[in-house]
Design a protein around this ligand. Structure first.
Ligand code: ADP
Length: 325
């Protein structure tokens, strides 16, 4: 309230006053208008959000309906990484499916061949068509084919276990500190009879190096590499296995001076059932899965594989394990 006052000559005081609204009464008057505006703004925002969301989502729905050509139907730049990720995922899935289909077809084919010959020889014996002097030879062939089947089934089971472990991460495996040199020395010791039988010199040069891994799988990896180096070799050849410590990391190398691998086959030998010379592989008891198993074991140990080879001169396969802390 504001006052204006003057003292008159007779001593009286004349006051003039005007009523003024205080702050709270202004507030009281404004509340309904403010509330109405708020509700209006809220309604407007909801409506706007609804239309904007529809606008944003519509192209994504269109993209989802055209997943086959997702990268060609990107409505705005911001969605490009999303489209790329979807396209990559789709490609991986398609590749995975193709690999699975090929694998099933290959397995069926690989199983059928020995089974057909087992059944053929057994039939000859059963119907009496085999001469008595041939029976022992046929039985030996049946046993050889059965052995091939067992090796094949063993490798398929191993690969499927490794597939499971890869999908669930290495967590499913019991990883522990393993002395790679001890594993390699044991592996080389076990394969000495096979090397001698093939007239080869198999030797190991190792220094103690610890690796975080599964002892059983590391042994399998070493056996597969050495087994190949022996089988794809010539009488009088040699196989050298080394384990070195390279700046805190472990390096396993299996080197042979055997038949070697031509450049066009070098990347493909790690594929399941890929063989350079199918008849040689089969004649020496190969299943076509050895290097695929090696590759899987290396991946589970975060190790890298490097292959160097020259046809007619020899092959060297290095497995580089990650540095230990
Ligand atoms: P396989 O059971 O046929 O040996 P792998 O997967 O172990 O199957 O190897 C795939 C192919 O790679 C073999 O068939 C062979 O042609 C080639 N290969 C592997 N290791 C060697 C090697 N040390 N020297 C020459 N060729 C090799």
């Amino acid at each position: 309230t504001y006052y204006y006052a003057i003292r008159l000559s007779n001593g009286n005081v004349l006051r003039v006053a005007t009523e003024a609204k205080n702050f709270f009464s202004i507030y009281d008057d404004a509340v309904p208008a403010v509330l109405v505006s708020c509700v209006l703004i809220l309604l407007l925002s909801v409506l706007l959000a609804f239309f904007l969301t529809r606008q944003l989502v519509r192209p994504i729905v269109t993209m989802a309906n055209n997943l086959d050509d997702v990268e060609k139907n990107v409505p705005y730049k911001e969605l490009e990484p999303f489209a790329k990720a979807i396209a990559l995922d789709q490609k991986n899935r398609q590749n995975g499916e193709k690999i699975r289909r090929d694998f099933t077809a290959n397995v069926s084919h690989e199983l059928k061949t020995p089974l057909t010959s087992i059944s053929g020889y057994a039939e000859l014996i059963e119907t009496g068509m085999a001469k008595p002097e041939d029976i022992a030879g046929f039985a030996a062939r049946i046993r050889k084919e059965a052995g091939r089947l067992m090796a094949l089934v063993g490798d398929i089971i191993q690969l499927s276990e490794l597939d499971d472990a890869s999908e669930e991460g290495a967590g499913k495996l019991t990883m522990e500190p393993v002395d790679l040199a001890a594993v390699v020395n044991e592996c080389v010791q076990d394969l000495q009879p096979a090397a001698r039988k093939a007239y080869l010199v198999l030797s190991a040069q190792t220094e103690p190096v610890m690796v975080e891994g599964s002892r059983g799988l590391l042994m399998e990896l070493c056996q597969n590499l050495c087994d190949n180096a022996i089988r794809y070799n010539r009488p009088g050849g040699k196989v050298e296995v080394t384990v070195r410590n390279v700046a805190g990391a472990a390096e396993l190398c299996v080197k042979d001076n055997g038949i070697g691998i031509a450049p066009e086959h070098q990347q493909r030998v790690f594929e399941r059932f890929y063989r350079v010379d199918k008849s040689r592989s089969k004649a020496t008891g190969g299943t076509g899965l050895g290097l695929a198993i090696v590759k899987h074991i290396a991946i589970l140990h975060n190790a890298k594989i490097e292959l160097e080879s020259e046809a007619g001169k020899g092959t060297s396969i290095q497995v580089l394990f990650p540095e230990q802390n």
